[in-house]
Write a protein of this length. Structure first.
Length: 307
């Protein structure tokens, strides 16, 4: 998009994600962990409007609880915008309007989607034309999930989750996600996992790797096979910190879900369904039990300009 076309503003949409498989290695001296993840972008989106401004500012609205979302320079999307400006030597600013639909601190990468959308929006608004590779370099400086929010689709993440390789996923996978009223801190969930792993019966994986059976199920477009091998090492920590989530997991699995798991660091829960009709039935059952339940599907595209 040229500078002239973008003069009035740019709208970008970026997806939330689910971790279909998440294996966590031991903690390093710097406090970080190596991971192996199978990511899938799903049809729950963040929308970011970027408009010209003399400085950098952000306004946040949406359909989820945003009480923990900063509306200043701590916001990841603002940091993304500043990175683009620094990279291209742009002396002006931008105003970002963020409309959130992905649960906050819910393990679905909503903040990372905002940052990815801001990278794409500012690149377009300012006519930078940095290209995909350069945007991914900037994304990796913002957080492990930001590069995947740019890429979308289905991918394998290694290292700290930001070393991405696209993965073939045939067809469509249907999910029902159940958000929680209160989020969980990702660093606290990892720290609690480390505490639990100090016990002799819960060992850390030395070199995390995605189960080949997960990749095979994705390539075959087979949700039943995927359900047999989906796993999240952070789940034990999230459930320990939020025990009431177990009841919802049990209800979903008893009500027809192929599998239920904590999404990322939680506390959002994700239930895999065999097809769209089964997902709708599960959504109705969980809603009738008093839970917010959202039917989403994947894979979907990463951060994209909306015309």
């Amino acid at each position: 998009m040229t500078q002239a076309l973008a003069a009035d503003g740019v709208r970008v949409r970026a997806p939330g994600k689910l971790n279909l498989f998440f294996e966590v290695g031991g903690v390093h001296d710097d406090g970080y962990h190596d991971v192996a993840s199978a990511y899938q972008a799903v049809s729950l989106y963040e929308d970011v409007w970027a408009t010209p401004s003399d400085d950098f500012s952000v306004a946040v609205s949406g359909t989820v609880d945003m009480s923990g979302v900063p509306a200043d320079d701590r916001n990841l999307a603002v940091r993304a915008a500043r990175l683009v400006a620094q990279r291209i030597g742009y002396s002006g600013g931008v105003h970002l309007d963020i409309v959130k639909h992905v649960p906050v601190a819910g393990g679905m990468g909503g903040g990372s989607a905002d940052a990815a959308a801001a990278l794409v929006a500012c690149d377009a608004l300012w006519g930078a034309e940095l290209g995909s590779a350069e945007l991914h370099k900037l994304a990796s400086r913002l957080g492990a999930d930001v590069p995947f929010a740019l890429m979308g689709g289905t991918a394998i993440g290694t290292g700290r989750g930001d070393q991405l390789s696209p993965a073939l996923a045939k067809g469509r996978f249907d999910w029902v996600v159940v958000p929680s009223n209160a989020g969980l801190s990702t660093p606290e969930v990892y720290a609690h996992l480390d505490e639990l792993r100090a016990r002799p019966d819960i060992a850390a994986t030395r070199t995390p790797a995605v189960d080949p059976a997960v990749l095979q199920a994705l390539r075959a477009g087979d949700p039943i096979a995927l359900a047999e091998h989906t796993r999240n090492d952070l789940q034990i920590a999230a459930l320990s910190m939020r025990p009431q989530l177990r009841e919802v997991l049990e209800l979903g699995e008893e009500s027809g879900a192929l599998a239920g798991l904590v999404s990322g660091s939680g506390p959002t829960l994700a239930f895999l369904a065999v097809d769209p009709e089964s997902a709708l039935e599960l959504q109705i059952t969980l809603s009738a039990a008093g839970y917010e339940a959202l039917h989403v599907h994947g894979p979907v595209a990463g951060a994209r300009v909306v015309t």
